[in-house]
Design a protein around this ligand. Structure first.
Ligand code: MSP
Length: 528
């Protein structure tokens, strides 16, 4: 029986072109999804585009086109690049789709009916770029400037519909306390808790100063605030707002296992979204995971600084190093924890060479070459599984421990750790080859049995490591699987795929060269 799992990316604004930020969040979700599918889960991996709001309205006006035309153009571009990044999403939601708009209106109607949403007057501070209102206290903390653009906040008064966020402060605090993994990493959870302790104020959820959005049911002139509209995507994609009457339906994929978001949008996801779900009496996501930012040479990436990694730049990396190398760099060197990560061409090349050329590429190629040389390319029999017997755990035990460790880390979204344990397995094989020196043993026919066992063990272990690396580098690891005679993913249960010793003796092992050495070219960001 397969279990269900669900992971989401934020939905991306269509007034921007895809760049490293989108590539990053989407790729790490993809790695997790592929790992969960390998383990037999039925995964719903959701991504999509956030298409409403005054920013889109303004960008479209600046180009003299309708907002829907701009949204169509850029949503198509986002969908196209999913293939460029090798993304295996299950659905792509667009907030202008009728399925979404219809459900958002129904969900809001329910919130009005229960009193969680009411009409009121707002006075406060507005961040135009972020389309976000701030209270006096928060605005003072921010020095009356946008934390994102640095532009001054403007004073605003508006009659709006409000969500009674204040009513959920205690329940939210209790939930944080009883679910320590609700928001991760811990640093981010603590930030949210500190802000929660300052108290919560009701939030305006409609606007009257623009029209490109979902109209509030029974309230002419009121358009649903883009953030509220957008947050609902996580449940409208699952049709959770589709039932008539007061009840919501269920979905095997809800609650989501992970909402993966950048740290700058955590408040919406960790506080406003859970409160909305509480108001709708829906279960809360299991974990909201906020990663940090890619930066360049210690500075924020920006188009004006000329250090911005946009799609043409990413395309150049992929052309030079290959897609799997790009994914590897994203997933293993990125800002998954609480600190930002520096992106640099030099570091990219170093990681490519150390991890991919010298380890993931070299180890299987060494093993394959020795099997070719000493056994005509045919996997020899292993008659001495624990050889020498007093040298520690068998390869079977090492692999089985590594697989369990990897499973635990993947489940916990520790992608760096999961990648490391898989790499360590290959490094251990390299050390084993150096220690046992098969090339020396091969000189004396008396060692034939020992030589056969060593190479069999190396091949079996390399195959297992390849399976663990597959979510990161699906196409290169499919090549490895083919060369080592194992079955492609999806066709065999995880318990069999992850098991040591499944390549039968007598099987032909193909030689392979997975990652060619490449020059450390200077890949400059696109001109601004
Ligand atoms: N539309 C909102 C999300 C609504 S979700 C209900 C939004 N969209 S976005 O297009 O701006 O996407 C931002 C995503 O890209 C975030 O996860 C953000 O953290 C990520 N990144 C943008 N720049 C980034 C870096 N330089 N580094 C890493 N990720 C960053 O916000």
């Amino acid at each position: 029986m397969s279990t269900s799992a669900c992971i989401t990316t934020p939905i991306y604004y269509v007034n921007d072109r895809p760049h490293i930020g989108h590539a990053y969040t989407t790729t790490i979700c993809d790695v997790w999804s592929r790992a969960a599918r390998l383990r037999g889960s039925d995964v719903f991996f959701l991504t999509g585009t956030d298409e409403h709001g005054s920013k889109v309205e303004k960008s479209a006006a600046a180009r003299g086109i309708l907002p829907q035309a701009l949204a169509d153009e850029n949503a198509a571009e986002f969908q196209r690049v999913l293939a460029v990044f090798g993304i295996s999403n299950s659905d792509f939601i667009r907030t202008t789709q009728p399925r979404h708009e219809r459900q958002v209106r129904a969900l809001l109607q329910r919130l009005v009916k229960t009193g969680a949403v009411y009409l009121g007057t707002f006075e406060g501070w507005y961040d135009d770029g972020q389309e976000e209102y701030h209270t006096e206290t928060r605005a003072r903390e921010l020095n009356y400037k946008s934390p994102i653009s640095g532009k001054p906040l403007t004073r605003a008064t508006e009659q709006n519909y409000y969500f009674k966020l204040s009513a959920y402060a205690d329940r939210l605090a209790t939930h944080f306390a009883s679910h320590p993994d609700f928001v991760r990493p811990l640093e981010r959870s603590n930030e949210m808790l500190a802000r929660l302790r300052d108290g919560l104020q009701d939030v305006p959820i409609t606007r009257t100063n623009f029209s490109w959005g979902i109209s509030m049911p029974d309230a002419p002139g009121h358009v649903v605030y883009v953030w509220i509209d957008a947050l609902f995507n996580y449940i409208t994609a699952l049709d959770l707002g589709a039932t008539d009457g007061d009840r919501t339906g269920g979905s095997p994929y809800w609650p989501a296992d992970y909402h993966i978001v950048g740290k700058e949008i955590l408040w919406f996801h960790a506080v406003i979204w859970p409160a909305l779900l509480m108001a709708l009496e829906l279960p809360l996501p299991k974990c909201i995971y906020a990663h940090s930012f890619w930066i360049a040479d210690g500075q924020k990436m920006s188009k004006s600084l000329g250090n911005f990694v946009d799609l043409p730049t990413i395309d150049r990396y992929i052309a030079h190093f290959g897609l799997d190398a790009w994914r590897w760099y994203m997933a293993t060197q990125g800002p998954i924890a609480a600190t930002d990560s520096d992106f640099s061409a030099k570091h990219f090349h170093e990681i490519y060479t150390a991890d991919l050329v010298n380890t993931v590429g070299n180890c299987p190629s060494r093993v394959g070459a020795m099997i070719a040389k000493y056994f005509d390319g045919v996997l020899p029999v292993d008659t001495r599984p624990q050889d020498p017997p007093d040298s520690g755990p068998s390869w079977e035990a090492i692999c089985s421990n590594t697989v369990s460790d990897w499973e635990r880390r993947m489940a916990a979204f520790d992608l760096h750790g999961a990648a490391r344990v898989a790499m360590d397995l290959l490094r251990r094989v390299d050390v084993f080859i150096n220690d046992t020196a098969p090339f020396k043993l091969a000189k004396d026919p008396a060692n034939a049995e020992r030589l056969a066992s060593i190479l069999n063990q190396c091949a079996q272990t390399v195959r297992v490591a390849g399976v663990l690396l597959e979510p990161f580098m699906p196409s290169k690891m499919a090549e490895l699987a083919r060369a080592f005679g194992s079955v492609p993913s999806g066709e065999v249960a995880w318990s069999v795929r992850a098991k040591y010793g499944t390549i039968a003796a007598g099987h032909r092992i193909e030689k392979l060269a997975l990652f060619p050495r490449v020059d450390p070219v200077k890949i400059a960001p696109s001109p601004s």
